[in-house]
Write a new protein. Sequence first.
Length: 65
Amino acid sequence: MATERLTDKNGLYAGSLQTRGDGTTVLRGSNGLYQGAIDKDGKVRDKNGLYQGKGGPILMNLLKK
């Protein structure tokens, strides 16, 4: 699993993106809790599994919730 650290505009830790072997990218917030995922087809789901749309920018909006 590859992990990428996310920071906000002030350089503070905002969470991480983890890429799984199946192509799914998981978003974890700064507290380490699961916030959502984007599958290999670009479909974004929130932490409750609800479909939110397609594309990476939608995934980043999940950090704000």
